[in-house]
Design a binder for this molecule. Structure first.
Ligand SMILES: [Zn+2]
Length: 388
């Protein structure tokens, strides 16, 4: 049986939760928040295991009893893990719920086989009403073998963002308001600001902070088969998030998904800063259409590159995230000077591009629009043209 990797870090929240559980004071609905990939889902599963464990200790679940072993293998019948899924194609009406349950079962098989996956913002997924109905039906039944059943709801801000109806959220809300006896919830969110206020107010929030870089690197060596230098490089870019770091690990001969996006993002920033106007158009044309699913994440990297260029131009080298690219950024700045003060003006352009990406607009249009606005807001070109 495959096993979930141990929880990395977050010792203090775990201590607090274990103590609360031991005294019967664990909230019935907990909302874990914190940046993407910081370990919220893993922690949520740990909280579920804590409540299912037959002999929990002062530091948490025993890790050895039958319930713990089943939970660690994602096979405990009273541990229900829900997360956003892509909407099955060509299925509607009554069959959608079944199709989503089947997709969830497939995803769980995949997760059992390969629990470590890079975190990814994916706006084309959703927690659909049909899925929440399935969850509700299950919650109204008694637990199978434990005294409680625990529902982990990952990325809860994805509750039907694509459907113009708050029904799914309301169905979940009713459960949170009046949970059937023995039913517990752990929700997670990287963007708690996008959660319905009513869901926020009915759960007890707990923040998971970024991990130390050394901790992330050690984890990659121990659990992701990374060598020391590769692990350290990925950890340096991770902002304390293991899920983010995993995306920077090479995938065979190819760069990892986050590394590929980071490079793509640099090309966008270069196009925006390039004196040659035609380049912005070319960059947009070259952008792979398949990238639509990851646009929001891509724009996150664009923002980081812009902030790095600004930090470099104002001499704040210690604030640079993409520290491995400093030489390259210095050359970029020499060719296209950028005033640090212009950076704030460019942020609304990024925010608008993110909104468009969430609306599932043609990615080439979004990217070319972004490059054009960045050219205008960053203002470097006009100075060069005017000066020359
Ligand atoms: Zn146990």
């Amino acid at each position: 049986m495959t096993h979930l990797h141990p929880v990395a870090g977050h010792e203090e929240p775990r201590r607090v939760l274990a103590r609360a559980h031991a005294t019967g004071g664990l909230p019935g609905a907990i909302l874990l928040h914190g940046s993407r990939g910081v370990g919220k889902q893993r922690m949520a599963l740990w909280i579920a295991q804590l409540q299912l464990c037959e002999r929990p200790g002062p530091d948490g679940p025993c890790e050895a009893c039958r319930a713990c072993r089943l939970a660690l293998g994602l096979e405990h019948p009273d541990l229900h893990w829900y997360f956003p899924l892509a909407r099955p194609k060509g299925v509607g009406g009554d069959r959608l719920g079944d199709a989503l349950e089947a997709a969830r079962a497939d995803a769980l098989i995949e997760l059992r086989a390969r629990p470590l996956r890079p975190s990814q913002a994916d706006e084309l997924r959703g927690l659909y009403l049909a899925l929440v109905h399935g969850l509700r039906k299950r919650a109204l039944q008694l637990p199978s073998e434990s005294r409680v059943q625990v529902f982990v709801i990952g990325d809860a801000e994805y509750l039907v963002p694509q459907e113009a109806s708050p029904e799914a959220a309301n169905a979940l809300l009713k459960l949170l308001e009046e949970p059937p006896a023995g039913t517990r919830f752990v929700l997670t969110s990287s963007e708690p600001g996008r959660l319905l206020p009513t869901i926020r107010s009915r759960s007890v929030p707990m923040l998971l902070s970024p991990l130390a870089t050394e901790r992330v690197a050690a984890f990659l060596v121990e659990h992701a088969a990374a060598d020391e230098p590769t692990a350290r490089r990925a950890a340096a870019l991770s902002q304390g998030s293991i899920g983010r770091a995993l995306g920077f690990l090479p995938d065979g001969d190819d760069p990892g998904p986050a590394e590929a996006l980071r490079r793509e993002a640099l090309r966008i920033v270069e196009a925006a800063l390039a004196p040659d106007r035609g380049r912005s158009y070319l960059t947009a044309l070259e952008f792979p259409v398949a990238g639509a699913r990851t646009l929001v994440e891509l724009f996150g990297h664009v923002e980081e590159w812009i902030r790095d260029v600004a930090a470099l131009s104002s001499g704040a080298r210690d604030r640079i995230l993409n520290a491995d690219a400093i030489t390259h950024l210095e050359k970029l700045l020499r060719d296209s000077p950028l005033e640090a003060s212009r950076v704030a003006a460019s942020m609304p352009a990024l925010e608008q591009a993110r909104e468009l990406a969430r609306g599932n607009v043609n990615p080439q249009l979004v990217v070319s629009g972004l490059v054009r606005r960045l050219r205008r807001e960053l203002g470097a070109r006009e100075a060069v043209v005017g000066g020359g």
